[in-house]
Design a protein around this ligand. Structure first.
Ligand code: SF4
Length: 672
């Protein structure tokens, strides 16, 4: 079965894993999702690193990672541990290793877990293009395993755990040449190292498959889950450390993290998580905790829902948007080749159409580049229908013509004015065929598209989809869309897509409706919206997103576009890829990121990376168009794509030089 990465894609069940002990903290098995973060101090600075670790623990961090770029750093982990003991702080430490196997051997004496990166543990990144014969490839793997085996033996002997932490941006040249920078390459890279661990009888292993591209991260974790399950059929698998790397800062960093981590957690994938923000590390912890709580609350609560008759996607390991037909009048088409539309829900029909329309237009003008492409109003009182045209006309008079959608119950019999572009009919299990038929017939007669808005428990969804399709067919109505509202929206949306596919209606567009929960804080509301909508969008499902209850219209529209960009579906602003910084960082990353954002934040579509060091930065910045990477104290290297074009420019002039570079490559526009 295509979706074998999890037992059931239509209901949230936790992936079955073995427990891996990291000192006194268990990862996987029946343990809760563990929250971790990483220090940004110089590892040789014992006091500063202990201070930051203490701060992290106080904020709820359960496992703390510290970089060990050299033998000296690795040796100093002993002093850090001693200082933490003196302060009575009991938290497992993880040494982060890149390029330095000898530092790993030392660090293993002092910390509970070693993180290695298979892309650079035994390989130097040269971006070399080379054809490997099968023999040459096997010899390379043998060389790598010789370098890695002593560490495995040491970890086994000392009772240490290990994370095989693959990053999309730092795959070895060997893997790149054979698999490309693909999820398959990431998985292969990790499994080569697992082979060595298992050959030594060492199974205290946790995996990660990080990328700054949410879709790639999701696909790689899924693929790894499948490959591991195939290696040990029926056995609990290895736990996963889940994260989106270089997510950036602020709301976009939180949104990207919630999309990537959330999409995996809703499938029960993820045993420990780290949110990587370009902010002080203690700021990551509450975000990670909130995502973990939001996305795991339904694990194993829902009953099995049965087979909807088709998979929800043809390939869960690659992103492809459902192929749908275009529905609606020419100025309000949804589906087909149109980008995912952004709509907002205004609630009841405005009692003062002119005032509401003017306020709406004023609000939306705050983001003139972000189009609000649809507006929904709820018509529960037939006496308010008369105000619809007045509201639409007032919006046009105020300078904005926005297609109007009306939301109604199934028994509504109103005649719609010409401004109505779509009718959303709420249905549930109690609606009888006659009501559905009447709603479909009315829309067919007035040539208005109908969105069937299903309110259903998971188990009821296939039947509700069938009834909506059958009522549409009896009325001769082709112009239909479907949306679903459920306590488990990601799984409910998959069930809709799967059932439409099973009924030969795979081209019916799906609208993702999201209503803010009244009791959510502002940050929780953003994380919830991002993980719910992002998961479906990354599944390839969704022709429009519609927000309800996010207050000011401009806020809802802005949030929708941020989520679409985080899910890599619609670009509306500059994409910043910035590392969270660590002990290797050569400048103040938070301040530098803010500065560069202020200069370049208007370059819609440009991808700009800001990375703390040249050891990992160039590899990790993945598909950035331009890179600003610390090359030494006070010095910066500038990249165009993967090419280093300006070396060691002083940091005092590096921002200007970056702008020049963007200009030279024809990507600069002056800010409005
Ligand atoms: S790129 Fe950033 S987080 Fe990664 S190793 Fe370098 S400084 Fe640390």
């Amino acid at each position: 079965m295509a979706q074998s990465y999890i037992a059931d894609p239509f209901a949230p069940h936790r992936r079955r894993t073995r427990e891996v002990r990291v000192g006194e903290v268990g990862i996987g098995g029946s343990n809760p999702i563990r929250i971790q973060s990483m220090t940004t101090t110089d590892t040789r600075d014992t006091q500063a690193t202990a201070d930051q670790t203490e701060l992290l623990v106080a904020s709820g961090c359960e496992i703390v990672r510290i970089t060990a770029p050299s033998l000296t750093d690795a040796e100093n982990l002993a002093a850090i541990r001693k200082e933490l003991d003196r302060r009575k702080i009991r938290v497992p430490l993880v040494a982060d290793i890149h390029f330095t196997p000898n530092a790993a051997m030392v660090a293993a004496q002092y910390v509970e877990k070693i993180r290695i990166n298979p892309g650079n543990f035994a390989d130097k990144k040269k971006f070399a293009v080379r054809e490997y014969t099968d023999t040459a490839y096997s010899e390379e793997i043998e060389r790598v395993s010789k370098k890695f085996r002593p560490l495995v033996r040491r970890c086994k002997e000392l009772g240490r755990a290990m994370r095989i932490g693959t990053n999309h941006g730092s795959l070895s040249d060997r893997i790149m040449n054979r698999f490309g920078d693909t999820p398959a390459g990431m998985v292969e890279s990790a499994l080569e190292f697992l082979d060595v661990c298992e050959s030594e009888g060492f199974r205290d292993v946790v995996f990660s498959m990080k990328s700054s591209n949410t879709q790639v991260a999701i696909q790689a974790y899924r693929l790894l889950a499948t490959r591991l399950a195939e290696r040990a059929l029926g056995e609990p698998s290895y736990p996963f450390h889940v994260g989106v790397t270089e997510a950036g800062d602020g709301e976009d960093g939180r949104i990207k993290s919630a999309i990537g981590i959330g999409a995996l957690l809703v499938d029960g994938i993820g045993d420990t998580i780290r949110v990587s923000l370009t902010e002080p590390p203690e700021a990551e912890v509450p975000v990670a905790s909130a995502i973990a709580t939001l996305c795991s609350e339904a694990w194993d609560v829902a009953a099995k829902v049965g087979d909807p008759g088709a998979p929800f996607t043809a390939d869960p390991y690659a992103h492809s948007r459902r192929v749908t037909r275009s529905v609606g009048p020419p100025d309000a088409e949804i589906g087909g080749s149109h980008p995912v539309r952004v709509e907002i829900d205004l609630g009841a029909v405005p009692s003062d159409p002119k005032r509401t329309a003017e306020a709406l237009v004023r609000s939306l003008k705050k983001f003139p580049d972000l189009a609000c492409e649809g507006l929904a109003v709820h018509v529960s009182d037939p006496n308010t229908v008369g105000s619809l045209q007045a509201f639409s006309d007032a919006a046009t008079d105020a300078g904005m013509s926005i297609p109007l959608t009306v939301r109604v119950g199934p028994d509504n019999t109103a005649q719609w004015p010409p401004c109505v572009a779509r009718v959303v009919v709420r249905t549930d299990a109690a609606c009888d065929h006659a009501l559905l038929d009447a709603a479909a017939t009315r829309c067919a007669a007035s040539h208005i598209p109908l969105e069937w808005n299903l309110h259903a428990e998971l188990a009821e969804i296939p039947d509700q989809v069938d009834r909506a399709l059958e009522a549409s067919a009896r009325a001769g109505l082709d112009e239909i869309l479907v949306s679903v509202e459920s306590d488990l929206p990601v799984h409910a949306t998959r069930l809709v897509a799967a059932r439409l596919e099973a009924r030969g209606a795979s081209d019916v567009p799906i609208v993702l409706r999201h209503q803010r929960r009244a009791d959510d804080s502002d940050e929780t509301a953003v994380l919830r919206a991002a993980h719910v909508l992002g998961a479906s969008l990354c599944d390839g499902i969704g022709d429009a997103v519609a927000f309800d209850g996010f207050g000011e219209p401009a806020r809802a529209v802005d949030l929708a576009y941020r989520i679409l960009q985080g899910a890599r579906l619609r670009t509306s602003r500059t994409e910043f890829i910035s590392c969270p910084s660590c002990g290797r960082t050569l400048f103040d990353l938070v301040e530098t990121t803010e500065r560069i954002k202020a200069r370049t934040g208007h370059l819609v579509g440009a991808k700009i990376a800001i990375m703390g060091c040249i050891v990992n930065g160039p590899g990790e910045m993945a598909d950035a168009d331009f890179g600003y990477v610390g090359s030494g104290p006070g010095r910066v290297n500038l990249y165009v794509g993967k090419d280093l074009v300006v070396r060691n420019v002083p940091d005092t002039t590096a921002d200007d030089r970056l702008v020049e570079l963007i200009r030279e490559h024809g990507r600069w526009v002056d800010p409005a």
